[in-house]
Design a protein around this ligand. Structure first.
Ligand code: AMP
Length: 114
């Protein structure tokens, strides 16, 4: 089922886009949990981590990581460090069922996470 992220991909609703390729889109989270909070999503609809098939989606996941690294370099946060997070399912805290990689940075992250 399509989510609000499909509307962002199709430019039906606005987002603060920081990176775009043929396969991947990245935009600022509307409720940032850190000074830098970017969501990196595939343009195809994959609901959640458990729907990923390594044989099918390996290149796409690599592109998402490449995008995260490029954004981190562009924002000059690569050296200080950052956190990448996939929330999966209810207990994982997933709210939007379109795969997304959170890029969090700009402050010291806590561990264990809440
Ligand atoms: P998750 O809890 O992992 O599913 O994360 C979903 C994220 O999407 C949350 O951090 C929301 O703040 C963010 N979000 C929801 N709607 C939008 C939107 N229209 N634009 C940007 N971020 C959004």
């Amino acid at each position: 089922m399509s989510t609000i992220f499909s509307k962002i991909i199709n430019k039906e609703i606005p987002a603060d886009i920081v990176y775009e390729s043929d396969t991947v889109l990245a935009f600022n989270d509307i409720r940032p949990q850190a000074p830098v909070h970017v969501l990196i999503i595939p343009k195809i609809e994959i609901p959640k981590v458990t729907d990923i098939k390594g044989s099918e989606h390996a290149a796409l996941l690599g592109e998402m990581i490449d995008a995260a690294n490029k954004i981190a370099r562009d924002l000059s946060i690569a050296d200080d460090g950052f956190r990448l997070v996939f929330n999966c399912g209810d207990n994982g805290g997933q709210e939007v069922y379109h795969l997304h990689l959170h890029l969090l940075a700009g402050r010291k992250m806590n561990w264990p996470p809440g």
